[in-house]
Design a protein around this ligand. Structure first.
Ligand code: SF4
Length: 589
C-alpha cells in the first residue's frame, strides 16, 4: 500500500485505507510497519488511525455492518431492524461476535435518506432495509458469502431525481463548457463568473468568483483546486447523485476553476460513505484524459495542464469543513485550522487552493455555456441560479429536486407529497428547524440558506427525539480539538438523554440554553458553533415536546449549593457576593 501510494506521507490516510482493506483492521504491528515504511513517527500514524470512524484499531470481523443512525432512518425503523439483525447473528451491538465473524453498530448519516433505512456492509451501502432483507443479510453472513456474491439488488442505489431544472435538465457533452470558456479567454471567463454571482452551494454561500480571483492573485505558481465531496450533513445526498450521474459536469467544473486560477493539480475528496462510487469516478477521469479534457495542453491549449486525483475520506463529518479537509488531504487528522490565513493563499501544503463544493463546481459549467447574465436571471438577486434539495422524511416522493432559488417551503412540500407537516429541518443537523407558521419562507441565502438537506416531520413525530438525534450526532462528530465543543456537545447529549429518561427538570432546559451560548461564542470552528442550532430552535418552537419529558415542571433540586459551599467560603476567607451562586442568575445563564 505504501509503494502504491508512492511512499508519500501526505497520502497516509489513503495508505491506511488500503492496508485496512487487505487486513481487515489496523493492528499495532501494521501501524508500526506503515510508520517505518513512510518514515513518519509512529504516533502520527496512530493519531490518524484513531481519528477516523472507518479506520479500526480493533478487530471488527469479516463483516462490519453499520446502520445509518440519521433521524430519517430511525423514523423508518432502523433501530428495530438493527436489533433484529443482532438477534439473528447472536451478536451484541458494538461488539465483535464470539467467532470473530461479524460486528454490528451504528454510523452517522450514510447519505441514502431517500431510500432508507440504509446500512453499510464493509463500506458498501445497502438500501431499503426491511425485515426480509435483514433475514437475507443474516443468512449471507452466516454462510460467509463474500460480498461480491451477494445479490446486486441489495446494493442498488437510485438517483430519485424528481424535479429537473438548469443543471439536471439538458444533457451536456463532455468538454462543451470547457471549450466555451477557453474560447472566451481567461479574463472574460472570470468576468462571466463575477456576473453570475454564483455562491457556494456547500452552505456558507461565499461568492465563487471572489474566491477564485483571490487564489489567482495569491503568490505562488503551484495552485490547487479541491472539490469538497465530503457531503456529511445529515439529510444531504444531492452530491451523491451529481457524482453518480453528472460526474463529467463536476470534473469539468474543476477544470474550469483550474483554468481561471492557473492550477495544475486537483483533488476530489470523496466521503468514505461514497467509496462505492470510486471505480465509476476513476473511469470518468480516464475517459476525460483520453479525450484531452485532462492532462497536458488540455484541448490543445499550450500551458493548460491539469489533472485530478481522488482521495477518500474515512467517516469524519468535520472534514467537510474546508481546512479540516485540507489537513485530511495532507494525510493528517481532520482538525480545522486557525484562519487566517485562508486556503486561497495557504491551502493544500501551504499552496494557494480553491475549495469548492460538488454542486458549485457543476454549476460553473452552466455559466461557461450560457454566460453569467443568463445564470443570474434565475433565482433571486442575492441567490442566483438553482438549488438542489435532498428531500427525505415524511413525504410521498423523497429524492432530489432542483428549484430556482426563492422557492417557498410550502411549494416544495406540495411537490413532494407531504401532508400534516409540523416541521421541516432545512440545512441538516446544523440548519434551521422551521415550524408550520414559517412555511411561507423561501429557500435563499437571504432567508433560509441550505446546503441542500430538507427533512420533513409530520405531526406524529416527537420533535424532542428529532433534536436529540441531532445533538447526539454532534457529540459523536466533534473532533475533540477544542474544549467548548468537545465538552459542550457531550453535555448537551447528556442533558437530552437525562430528559429522555424522565429525570429532567426545568433548570435543565435553562442549562441547554446556556451551553448553546457557550458553544456559539467559544468554539474553534463551525461544527461547534452550529451544533446547538436544532435543539435551540426546537426548544423555542416545540417546547411542549420537551416539557412532556419533564417529570415535574416545577421540580427544583432540594440540594442547596450555596449552603454546601459555606465551608469553602470560610476556608477561603471570602464573604463577598462573588463567592455566592445567585440562583436568579444561575437559572437564566
Ligand atoms: Fe473540533 Fe468542535 Fe472544536 Fe471544531 S468546534 S475544532 S469540531 S472540537
Amino acid at each position: 500500500a505504501c509503494t502504491r501510494n508512492g511512499g508519500d506521507a501526505t497520502r497516509l490516510l489513503q495508505v491506511l485505507i488500503d492496508v485496512q482493506e487487505k487486513a481487515g483492521w489496523l493492528s499495532a504491528e501494521l501501524i508500526s510497519a506503515v510508520a517505518a515504511e513512510l518514515g513518519v513517527p509512529r504516533v502520527r500514524v496512530e493519531g490518524v488511525a484513531g481519528f477516523y470512524s472507518f479506520l479500526y484499531t480493533e478487530p471488527v470481523g469479516n463483516y462490519r455492518v453499520l446502520f445509518s443512525d440519521n433521524i430519517t432512518d430511525r423514523m423508518l425503523g432502523a433501530p428495530e431492524l438493527m436489533d433484529a439483525l443482532c438477534g439473528k447473528l447472536w451478536v451484541e451491538r458494538g461488539k465483535l461476535s464470539e467467532d470473530g465473524l461479524v460486528s454490528v453498530d451504528t454510523t452517522s448519516c450514510t447519505g441514502m435518506c431517500d431510500q432508507g433505512p440504509a446500512l453499510l456492509v464493509n463500506g458498501r451501502p445497502l438500501t431499503r432495509v426491511d425485515h426480509r432483507r435483514v433475514n437475507q443479510i443474516a443468512e449471507l453472513i452466516r454462510r460467509k458469502e463474500p460480498l461480491y456474491a451477494w445479490p446486486s439488488e441489495l446494493f442498488r442505489v437510485d438517483d430519485n431525481i424528481r424535479r429537473r431544472d438548469a443543471l439536471l435538465g439538458p444533457d451536456q457533452r463532455p468538454g462543451e463548457a470547457l471549450r466555451a470558456a477557453l474560447t472566451r479567454g481567461r479574463e472574460d471567463w472570470l468576468a462571466q463568473m463575477r456576473l453570475s454571482n454564483l455562491r457556494g452551494r456547500g452552505g456558507a454561500g461565499f461568492t465563487t468568483a471572489v474566491k477564485w480571483q483571490a487564489c489567482r492573485d495569491a503568490a505562488g505558481a503551484d495552485k490547487v483546486v479541491v472539490c469538497n465531496a465530503d457531503e456529511g450533513e445529515p439529510g444531504t445526498f444531492k452530491d451523491r447523485v451529481l457524482l453518480s450521474s453528472f460526474a463529467d459536469q463536476v470534473f469539468e467544473g474543476m477544470t474550469l476553476a483550474a483554468w481561471a486560477v492557473g492550477a495544475q493539480r486537483g483533488f476530489l475528496y470523496l466521503r468514505g460513505e461514497y467509496r462505492y462510487l470510486l471505480d465509476h469516478l476513476q473511469h470518468v477521469l480516464a475517459r476525460r484524459r483520453s479525450a484531452g479534457l485532462l492532462g497536458n495542453a488540455i484541448l490543445g491549449e499550450t500551458g493548460f495542464d491539469f489533472d485530478i486525483d481522488i482521495h477518500l475520506g474515512a467517516g469524519a463529518y468535520v472534514c467537510g469543513e474546508e481546512t479540516a479537509l485540507l489537513e485530511s488531504l495532507e494525510g493528517k487528522r481532520g482538525t480545522p485550522r486557525i484562519r487566517p490565513p485562508f486556503p486561497v493563499t495557504h491551502g493544500y501544503l501551504g499552496r494557494p487552493t480553491v475549495v469548492n463544493n460538488v454542486e458549485t463546481l457543476a454549476k460553473t459549467t452552466l455559466i461557461a455555456l450560457h454566460g453569467g447574465e443568463a445564470f443570474a436571471a434565475t433565482g433571486t438577486a442575492q441567490s442566483t441560479g438553482t438549488k438542489l434539495l435532498s428531500i427525505s422524511g415524511d413525504c410521498a416522493y423523497p429524492g432530489i429536486y432542483e428549484y430556482p432559488f426563492g422557492v417557498s417551503i410550502e411549494h416544495v412540500l406540495e411537490d413532494c407529497g407531504a401532508s400534516d407537516v409540523q416541521a421541516v429541518q432545512v440545512g441538516g443537523a446544523s440548519g434551521m428547524t422551521l415550524a408550520s407558521y414559517e412555511f411561507h419562507r423561501r429557500i435563499a441565502f437571504e432567508d433560509v440558506p441550505t446546503a441542500g438537506a430538507f427533512m420533513i416531520f409530520d405531526s406524529s413525530r416527537d420533535m424532542f427525539e428529532v433534536a436529540r438525534n441531532f445533538v447526539h450526532f454532534f457529540a459523536h462528530e466533534s473532533c475533540g480539538f477544542c474544549t467548548p465543543c468537545r465538552v459542550g456537545t457531550s453535555l448537551l447529549d447528556n442533558y437530552m438523554n437525562k430528559l429522555a429518561s424522565g429525570y429532567g427538570a426545568k433548570m435543565d432546559l435553562a442549562d441547554i440554553e446556556w451551553i448553546n451560548r457557550l458553544l456559539r461564542q467559544s468554539s474553534h470552528c463551525g461544527l461547534g458553533s452550529s451544533a446547538p442550532n436544532a435543539v435551540v430552535d426546537a426548544l423555542v418552537k416545540f417546547r411542549p415536546a420537551f416539557e412532556r419529558h419533564l417529570r415535574n415542571l416545577d421540580f427544583e433540586p432540594a440540594f442547596d449549593l450555596n449552603a454546601a459551599l459555606a465551608g469553602a467560603r470560610t476556608a477561603a476567607g471570602r464573604d463577598d457576593p462573588g463567592a455566592f451562586l445567585d440562583r436568579e442568575q444561575e437559572t437564566t445563564r
